[in-house]
Design a protein around this ligand. Structure first.
Ligand SMILES: NC(=O)C1=CN([C@@H]2O[C@H](COP(=O)(O)OP(=O)(O)OC[C@H]3O[C@@H](n4cnc5c(N)ncnc54)[C@H](OP(=O)(O)O)[C@@H]3O)[C@@H](O)[C@H]2O)C=CC1
Ligand SMILES: O=C(O)[C@@H]1CCC=N1
Length: 278
């Protein structure tokens, strides 16, 4: 694979860079990272991974055939404006939530090959569920290179760009829903008399076991659920409470609202860019 220039040096950039290096997809000297101003952070990444770091954006772009945008969405304009004069026809990969390919192209003022990706924070342990979407400038080889890149930090699925808001609402935000569920189980454990550490161990192993069953058994979640549920037993009693409290409806509303929010943010960024590039 060619050299990659990373613009933004935060947690998502680090997760991807560490995945690429650990997975031996790229050598450290094939990666060059820049940020807005935090020199200490660049030094930290240089020390930890042996990658090149610089504040010189021209150097980053001129050395790279792939450019990874990894700043916060609110910083997209400033970030792209700081590199756009040096960009020729490199492949742009963006992990920015809610910033469309059209908005990215508009800020670059060029028709570049752009891939939008939605990873999640499990990227930091190589377990992200990532979906990517490409514009029509992206070649099949480029798309395959992106897939390989994101497979270094977990799984990668190609979707249509229109589906990325739903992906954001489901798997982009998804880890937070599961953490919230764990927090609720921890509170419940306390109320039924289990101490913190014991409860935590039981909860984490239960989740890990259930996740592996879902992955390896080839059975649908509803089948596995029924296998746990004895007629008139404890599981049935517990699940009845979840149904009474409209658990399913709450989960559906959660994912729908997150998806909607992704659409709202996308429109908001598009409008901001239209206003400033007018
Ligand atoms: N957290 C999540 O679950 C997910 C996040 N994402 C996306 O990942 C992206 C990065 O998030 P995260 O890593 O948490 O962000 P962080 O806040 O950790 O890092 C942001 C980085 O961007 C840099 N930056 C800011 N402005 C500029 C600029 N003008 N030029 C160059 N670099 C700049 C910052 O540099 P400095 O420190 O010098 O200011 C910093 O290194 C976001 O767009 C987010 O939407 C995607 C999927 C999931
Ligand atoms: O909460 C957010 O907006 C970002 C997008 C996906 C995960 N975190």
């Amino acid at each position: 694979m060619n050299k990659i220039g990373v613009i933004g040096a935060g947690s998502m950039a680090e997760a991807i860079v560490s995945g690429l290096i650990k997975g031996k997809l790229m050598a450290p000297d094939q990666i060059i990272i820049s940020n807005r101003s935090n020199s200490e952070r660049l030094f930290e990444l240089e020390t930890a991974y042996g990658v090149k770091v610089t504040h010189d954006k021209k150097e980053v772009i001129e050395q790279s055939s792939i450019i990874l945008l990894a700043m916060k969405p609110k910083d997209v304009e400033a970030g792209i404006n700081s590199i756009k004069d040096y960009v020729t026809n490199q492949l742009i990969i963006s992990v920015l939530a809610g910033v469309s390919i059209a908005t990215i192209s508009q800020i670059f003022e060029k028709d570049l090959p752009v891939v939008r990706a939605m990873p999640n924070t499990s990227a930091s342990i190589g377990k992200s569920a990532t979906a990517i979407a490409a514009n029509n400038k992206v070649t099949a080889d480029n798309l395959q290179a992106c897939k390989t890149l994101f497979e270094a930090i977990g799984s990668c699925t190609v979707v249509k760009e229109a589906q990325l808001d739903a992906v954001t609402g489901l798997s982009g935000s998804g880890p937070a829903y599961l953490y919230y569920f764990v927090e609720s189980l921890e509170k419940a454990a306390e109320e039924v008399g289990l101490e913190g550490q014991i409860a935590r161990e039981l909860i984490l192993q239960t989740i890990a076991g259930a996740a592996e069953m879902l992955t390896t058994s080839g059975k649908h979640a509803s089948v596995l659920r029924k296998e746990v549920t004895s007629p008139n037993g404890t599981t049935e009693a517990g699940l009845t409470m979840l149904k009474d409290k409209n658990f399913e409806e709450a989960v559906i509303s959660c994912v729908k609202r997150a998806t909607e929010r992704s659409e709202e943010l996308k429109e908001m960024f598009a409008k901001t860019v239209i206003n400033t590039t007018k």
